[in-house]
Every structure is written in structure tokens, then in C-alpha cells.
Ligand binder design. Structure first.
Ligand code: ADP
Ligand code: MG
Length: 502
């Protein structure tokens, strides 16, 4: 659907000032549709076609009544004879009322209002509703229609929408929020039931109608400003620690003097409370993340302290390995804490883990080169943490065992470690391929006693239902360590597709 601006540019000769006047009008016209209990349609003259053609620039339905148009008609082109009242309004440049027969016993009551800016009619606003001879209507209905009438006159005189529009920070008010009608002295002439409730919530307990606006908690400053500036003024009123009411004061003008105003009241107490709750939950989560991070750091430093006191090299190495494993967990934790989701981009995590291992390698004669290929996709947080420990272990083994006895004369060994990620519908495969010295002769994974591979196997087979294989590379030297995780173990806690365990 084309926007108002696009339609104006495509069909009319309106300049940017005129277009923005129409934009201001359609920004607030929901209110007018509600006040008139009718559909509002905005017509422009279509200069791209032959003479006497109209284009429908906008349409809004009332929330207080039923629409007569169910289809979306914006952008439609009409011949003048199809919309005679609108065409007349354009040529006569004045307000026109009329009835249009649309069926055997259906008449549409149309009021065509010229939209004027700087003395020029730039568009026509039509108020259209099913005509009824039924005169019995409520006080509220009659008041709203009268208010609409006053705004229609302002539109015709070019006094509405206001020139200096206070940018509506809040959603445009609708009359259902609560409406007060005040006279030029600030006396409340009418109050809708929702407006009365809002004023009660603000602590006013006397009769609303007949009081002056300054006797409500809303105060009279807003009204004075609206009268003086001849534009809408928005204010927020609080009562006690909780109640918040947003009011929009719209002055009713007649040739630059204010004859009254409407004040739309919206109780936003619940909204504000929800905002506050969200903010505080968010802060709590951040705080928890922060504490977890600090705790992981504390554990690492405690272990480091411990390792410094150990006598044997073997013991020190063992504790250092634990520190390394904790670092892998920290990497995942920090990545998850930074994103709003519970899922993590696994490829990113692997890159960070590579950096971690890189920092601990020191083989100046022949630097190791690490590369990550393929995509791991997103994984739920628990699987990510487990796999992060596994990948760190495999990378460390490549460094520790593949290149430990690295002799400078061995030309086949160039020091390339590749992490290959492959995510398919059946699951995820992670391969750590090195071109080091290769596995020891008679190596059997089932018989491997080292802590590293034991951890890997326990996690992969136990927690993730996957498999681990270690094998020599086909050509040349080196080792391929591969873990495979089936797809059903890579679903988040709340994924629908997750099958129940049997
Ligand atoms: N990439 C590799 N290259 C050569 N040997 C490896 C490789 N990965 C594992 N191994 C062999 O598997 C053994 C078990 O590894 P692991 O369980 O991690 O214990 P650790 O690393 O403490 O020796 C290693 O001692 C090594 O002999
Ligand atoms: Mg190891």
C-alpha cells in the first residue's frame, strides 16, 4: 500500500509544506473519526490524469462506530461524477453536506470539508456514515459530534492541524481514553466516563462537570499554554507514587482565538508499571551474568594460586588444564550474556576458543596456524558449553601431541590446524584436523586413559548422545579428531520438535 506522501507525489501537485500539513492531519485524524462516529476519507485532485479526477489519499475508520467501507480503497481514482459532493467542495471551496443514495433503502450522509492551508484548498476531508433519521442519541454522542463540527471548521479555516505540532511522543490519543471538553474559561463542560475515572484516580473526588480544569490535579498550566501557543500540549500527571495519566490538550480555535479545548486523558499507570518491571528484570539478569563471570574468574585465580604452590611439574600441568577448561566455559558464558537469546552462534564461539588456545602456544620456530571452515549454526546454551569444552580439549591435544616433538627437518609438518564445522539436518559434525606427527602406534581410543579424551567421551556420548573418533589423516601425517552430535540433541529446551525421552 502506498503511503500518503507517495500518493501525493504520484498524483497531485502538492508541495512539501502542503503534504506535511496533510500528514499532520492524518496523524491525529483517528480522534476526529471517533468524534464523528464516521469514516473519514481524504481526497486530492489527481493532476496526473485528465481533468476532474480525484484520488483517495487516505481513509480511517472510527473505533466508536461502524465503518461503511470494508475494503481498502486508498489510492483509488474517481471521476468527479462518481464523487459529486467532493468535486463541488473542491470547486466551491466550502463545506458541503449531502445525502448519497447507495441502495434502495440506504443513504450515506456525506460532509465534505475543504482542507485549507494558507488560504488555498489543498484537499477535501469527507466524513461519511450511514444516514439515520433516528434522532435519539446520548449526550456523549451529541457532544462528540459538536466537537467534531468545531474541528471541521478549524480545518476549513486552516487552523487545524496546528502549525506547530507538538511531536506526539505518545501514541495518538483516541477518545476512548477519556475526553474532557472545556470552555474558553477552562470550565469543564463535559467529561466522558473514562475521563471521570482517570480524574478520580488522580485524587479528584468532587463533581467533574462544572469544575474548572485547575481544580483537577491536571492543573491549568497545560491549558494556558495550549491557548497561548494555539497548539496541542502534552502533559504527564502523577498522583502518589503510582498513578500516571498522560493528557493531550487540544485548543479549539476560531480565527486565532481559543474558544475552548478538549483534553484527552490516558491512564498509563499499568504500562509504566510493566516498563519498570521489565527494566528491573533486565538489570537482575545482567547482575546475575556479572556475578557468574566474576565467580568463574575467582575459581581460576584460586586454582592458579594453588598451582604455584605445587612441587611437581605434573601436578602443576594438571591444575593449569583445569584453568584452561574454565576459560572455555567463560567464553561461552560471556557470549551468551551479551546476546538476548538463549542460543549461541557456534562458529563465533569456536573462533574465540581458537584464540584462547593460540595464546597458550609458544612454538616460535614454527608458528601454528589455525583456521575455522564451515558453519556450526546456532546451538542451545547447554550444548554450546559442553561442546566448547570438547573443542578446547581437541585443540589442545593437537597442540600438545601433534606438534610436541616438532622437528624442524620434517617438511611435511607445516603447522596447520583446521576446525571444520558441518551442520546438516541429521546433526552437527566438528572435526579438528592437524598435520602433526599423528597418533601413537597401536592407539585405541577405547583404551585411552588420558583425562582429556575421557572428558570428551563422557560429554559427547553421555550428555550429547554423539560419538568421537580419532584417526590418522589419509595422506601425509596428522590426526583427525571428529565428534558428531545428532540433530535431536541440538534443540533448545523449548523447541517444539524436541522428542520426549523414552
Ligand atoms: N591430535 C593428536 N595427535 C597425536 N596424538 C593425539 C592427538 N590427540 C590425542 N592424541 C593421543 O591421545 C592421548 C590421550 O589424550 P588425552 O586424553 O587428551 O590426554 P593427554 O592430553 O593428557 O595426554 C594423548 O596422550 C595422545 O597420545
Ligand atoms: Mg589432552
Amino acid at each position: 500500500m502506498a503511503t500518503l506522501t507517495e500518493l501525493c507525489h504520484a498524483h497531485t501537485e502538492l508541495d512539501s509544506d502542503q503534504v506535511s500539513h496533510l500528514q499532520n492531519l492524518t496523524a491525529i485524524w483517528g480522534l476526529l473519526a471517533d468524534l464523528s462516529f464516521a469514516d473519514l476519507l481524504l481526497y486530492g485532485t489527481d493532476s496526473s490524469k485528465s481533468e476532474n479526477t480525484l484520488v483517495l489519499l487516505g481513509h480511517i475508520r472510527p473505533t466508536t462506530g461502524t465503518t461503511i467501507y470494508r475494503a481498502d480503497m486508498i489510492g483509488q481514482i474517481f471521476e468527479s461524477r462518481q464523487r459529486p459532493l467532493i468535486a463541488d467542495c473542491f470547486t466551491q471551496e466550502k463545506d458541503i453536506d449531502g445525502l448519497i443514495q447507495t441502495g434502495p433503502d440506504r443513504e450515506i450522509s456525506v460532509r465534505a470539508i475543504p482542507v485549507r492551508l494558507g488560504g488555498q484548498v489543498i484537499a477535501v476531508l469527507a466524513r461519511e456514515r450511514v444516514h439515520s433519521t433516528d434522532k435519539a442519541s446520548s449526550v456523549l454522542e451529541r457532544t462528540y459530534r459538536r466537537v467534531f463540527h468545531r474541528f471541521a471548521e478549524m480545518i476549513e479555516r486552516g487552523e487545524f492541524p496546528y502549525r506547530e505540532e507538538e511531536r506526539l511522543r505518545h501514541r495518538t490519543p483516541r477518545v476512548g481514553d477519556g475526553l474532557l471538553l472545556v470552555d474558553d474559561q477552562g470550565r469543564i463542560e463535559f467529561a466522558s466516563p473514562n475521563a471521570v475515572s482517570a480524574l478520580h484516580r488522580l485524587g479528584m473526588h468532587r463533581a467533574v462537570v462544572g469544575s474548572r480544569l485547575e481544580e483537577t490535579n491536571l492543573g491549568a498550566v497545560m491549558l494556558r499554554q495550549a491557548f497561548a501557543r494555539r497548539t496541542a500540549v502534552i502533559e504527564e500527571t502523577t498522583h502518589g507514587t503510582e498513578v500516571v495519566v498522560v493528557s493531550h490538550c487540544l485548543p479549539i480555535l476560531d480565527r486565532r482565538s481559543a474558544t475552548g479545548a478538549i483534553v484527552l486523558l490516558r491512564d498509563v499507570t499499568d504500562l509504566r508499571r510493566r516498563d519498570r518491571e521489565l527494566v528491573s528484570k533486565d538489570t537482575t539478569i545482567r547482575e546475575v551474568h556479572h556475578r557468574v563471570k566474576n565467580n568463574l574468574q575467582t575459581i581460576s585465580s584460586l586454582l592458579r594460586l594453588q598451582s604455584r604452590r605445587l612441587e611437581t611439574e605434573e601436578a602443576r600441568a594438571a591444575v593449569q588444564e583445569s584453568v584452561r577448561r574454565i576459560s572455555a566455559i567463560s567464553v561461552v558464558h560471556e557470549t551468551l550474556a551479551q546476546s538476548a537469546e538463549d542460543d549461541a552462534e557456534f562458529t563465533e564461539i569456536v573462533r574465540l576458543l581458537v584464540k584462547l588456545v593460540e595464546e597458550t602456544v609458544s612454538l616460535p620456530e614454527r608458528p601454528l596456524r589455525f583456521s575455522v571452515v564451515g558453519e556450526g549454526g546456532t546451538l542451545p546454551s547447554q550444548a554450546t558449553t559442553t561442546l566448547a569444552i570438547v573443542v578446547t580439549e581437541l585443540l589442545q591435544n593437537a597442540v600438545d601431541h601433534g606438534y610436541a616433538e616438532l622437528s624442524l627437518s620434517n617438511k611435511e609438518i607445516s603447522g596447520n590446524v583446521t576446525i571444520e564445522l558441518d551442520r546438516r539436518s541429521e546433526g552437527l559434525s566438528v572435526r579438528v584436523v592437524d598435520d602433526g606427527v599423528g597418533l601413537p602406534k597401536e592407539f585405541e581410543i577405547e583404551k585411552a586413559q588420558g583425562l582429556g579424551l575421557t572428558i570428551v567421551r563422557t560429554f559427547i556420548e553421555g550428555e550429547l548422545g554423539g560419538s568421537l573418533t580419532l584417526q590418522p589423516v589419509d595422506k601425509g601425517s596428522g590426526t583427525i579428531a571428529e565428534v558428531k552430535i545428532p540433530a535431536n540433541r541440538l534443540l533448545g529446551l523449548w523447541d517444539d520438535a524436541q522428542e520426549p525421552e523414552v
